[in-house]
Structures are given as C-alpha cells and as structure tokens.
Ligand binder design. Structure first.
Ligand code: 5AD
Length: 366
C-alpha cells in the first residue's frame, strides 16, 4: 500500500506502523511529519508546554545495562541535592513561568528516600503557590518502580503526574537489558498501579536499542495505545561508556543517522495513533542532533523540558555520553530562546500546567 493511503487509514495496523517507521525518502518522511503535525493541532492545539527538570540525585540501586548512572558505574561521583536546594530550583522554575516541574532521580526505595521525596513534593507545592499559579507548580515525578503505598503517598503530597518508561515493550529485549532482579511484569504492574491511583501516567521507550527491530517499535506504539497512557517521553538510545553495552559502540556509530530519523518517525507515528497525549521532545534527541528538540516538536511533540539541574550535578547525571552538553541552565533562557526564535512559530504555555488532554477526555468517558 502506498504511504499516502496508509496515512488516510482511521486506525493503523501493526503492519501500517512498521511501514511508516521504515520510510526512507525525505519527501515521504515529510508527508508523515505534516500529517502528525496536523493531528497534533487538531487534538492538542499549537501550544508547547514547559517542564523544568531537576535531576536531584544520581544515586541508584538498579543496574540497567544501558545506563550511565547504574549502580556498578564506578567513575560516577554520586550526589544528592538537599531539600533547600530543590525548593530554590522549584521557585526559580515557577518564576520563569515554566508552570510545571519534573522531579527525577536514580532509583531508591528505602524509607529515608520515600520520606524525603514525599516531604519535598509537599514543600514544592506550598512554596510555589502564587497569583499566577494558585495551585503551585504542576509536579511530574520520575523516581522509578516503587510500592503502591509510596506511589499513594507521593500522589497525596501533590505529584499528579508520573513518568515511568517501559524502555521496550518486548519482554525478551527488556530482559536482555536488565539484571534478573528487574522484571518486565513489575514495570507494567507499576504503570497500572499509577493509573489506578489517579496519576496522569507517562511511559516511553528507547529507540535504536541493541537487538531492537522495527516490529518491536511498532509493538511499542501499540503498547502505548493499549495501556491508554496520557504522556509519552522517548528518545534515541545513546551509548554510555560506563556500561556493559559499550561493546556495541562501532555498530552504534554507523547507525546514528538512522536512529535519529527513526526517533522522529516514532514521535510522528505515536501522535497519529494516540492523538491527544502529551509527547515530550527529549534531551536525548537534542544530544544526537543539535536541531533535535525543535525537530521533535515539528514531528508532533508538544512538551519541552529545559534542565534546571545545577551544572556541577548535571555533569554527574550522564545517563549517556554528552548528555550534559545540552545546556539550558547556564544560559538560562537558553532552552527557551531556542523556542522563541522564528524557527518555531508556536505559542508557549507559560504559567500553565499543560496537562494531557487525553487524561480528561478519558475521565469524561467513564
Ligand atoms: N540512552 C538513552 N536513554 C537512556 N536512559 C537511560 N540510559 C540511557 C541511554 N544510554 C533513559 C531511560 C530512562 C530515562 C531516565 O533515561 O529510558 O527511563
């Protein structure tokens, strides 16, 4: 079937999705991009929403084979910001009009950590209320797999969105990338628990993982649809020298252009299939290509996440090589001036939470 015809289908099949992800010619990719962009405007409007992101600790008890801050990575200097530092960052986030904050860290599930996160969330809420933000900053939490009780405590403290990437929806691929203490089933169970509690739930995958096929990625999009999630954050898999996947390097460098283009196509296809979700244009996209985040927005993403992590800590939050070079903090308006240039003629949702339209429509349907 011709691509033009596939793009007219009301409901895309697995084969359609795989076909769209395989497009190579620039003209055809442009057809896909335009269709995804139109779908975005129709379902979410033109606005780009902002979330300042604070990566408050790189201490992690997991040992994922791809991740630069995994437990066994020896060279990483471990840091944890204290509460006062995080609150200062949150206040700055609110002052700059970002409207929402993403609070992210390496994964821990000890009592001290849970108490700390709960207390910090509650204080961010209190300290960021203003005339512009009567309910304080919107808070998205991203601290990995936790117990139902911990998720409830965070929700009651004021986090109303949660990001937990599934990384890949293929159980076997998932298992090849994680030590056996981590299970695909538990990841999915956590996503369901988060939904049950009432969070707006985000998930996502890495694109270009060793051993990943186009069909895997098509299944990932169907997984997002079947899980009926509200938000998507995904980006290219990038190499980290601190990891066992380092041996994959040569192959990876050869595939870099492909992976970038595939990441943009994944955003576009996810937009076509899920329509009214929020999709982030991620730091990983910007790391792989210096125009990456703007391109992501033009392929159907509508969320932009300037980093607010202090620069000394940011250097130590290298999930992958060169992540810290994407610098929005020092230049400050850095991340935003990119958006404000005439390169992108889209309004920015200052002082708004910018929640996922899908979440509310879903609740109306109930
Ligand atoms: N390349 C790209 N993304 C990565 N992440 C972790 N390591 C890498 C890497 N090497 C992503 C994972 C995780 C998120 C916080 O960072 O998808 O969920």
């Amino acid at each position: 079937m011709k691509i033009e015809k596939i793009l007219k289908n009301k409901r895309l099949s697995r084969e359609d999705i795989a076909r769209l992800l395989s497009i190579k010619s620039p003209e055809t990719i442009e057809l896909l991009r335009v269709k995804a962009y139109e779908t975005l405007i129709e379902n979410c409007g033109e606005k780009v929403f902002l979330r300042g992101i604070v990566e408050f600790s790189n201490v992690c008890s997991n040992d994922c084979y791809y991740c630069g801050i995994r437990k066994s990575a020896q060279k990483v200097k471990r840091y944890s910001l204290d509460k006062a530092e995080i609150i200062e960052i949150a206040k700055r986030c609110a002052k700059m009009g970002y409207g929402s904050i993403v609070v992210q860290s390496g994964e821990r599930d000890d009592a001290k950590f849970i108490d700390f996160v709960e207390d910090t969330i509650r204080t961010i809420k209190e300290k960021t209320k203003s005339d512009k933000l009567p309910n304080g900053l919107g808070i998205t939490l991203c601290v990995g797999e936790q117990s139902e009780e911990a998720y409830r405590r965070f929700f009651e403290a004021g986090a109303h969105r949660y990001l937990l990437r599934v990384e890949t929806s293929d159980k076997r691929l998932y298992e090849s990338l994680h030590p056996k203490e981590m299970s695909f089933e538990n990841r999915v169970k956590c996503l369901k628990t988060l939904k049950k509690i009432g969070y707006q739930v985000g998930t996502g995958v890495m694109i270009g993982l060793p051993g990943q096929t186009i069909e895997n990625l098509a299944d990932d999009v169907l997984f997002f649809r079947d899980m009926d999630v509200d938000m998507i954050g995904m980006g290219p898999y990038l190499l980290s020298k601190n990891t066992p996947l380092k041996s994959y390097e040569k192959k990876y460098i050869r595939r870099k252009d492909d992976i970038y283009s595939l990441s943009l196509k994944m955003i576009a296809v996810t937009r076509l299939v899920l329509k009214d979700v929020n999709i982030a244009s991620t730091t990983a996209l910007q790391t792989i290509n210096s125009n990456g985040r703007l391109a992501g927005l033009s392929f159907g993403a509508n969320v932009f996440m300037p980093s607010l992590t202090p620069s000394e800590s940011r250097k130590e939050y290298n999930l992958y090589e060169d992540k810290h070079k994407v610098d929005d903090t020092d230049k400050y308006k850095g991340g935003l001036s990119v958006l404000e240039t005439d390169k992108i003629k889209r309004p920015i949702g200052y002082d708004e939470w910018g929640d996922s339209p899908r979440f509310f429509k879903k609740n109306e349907r109930k």
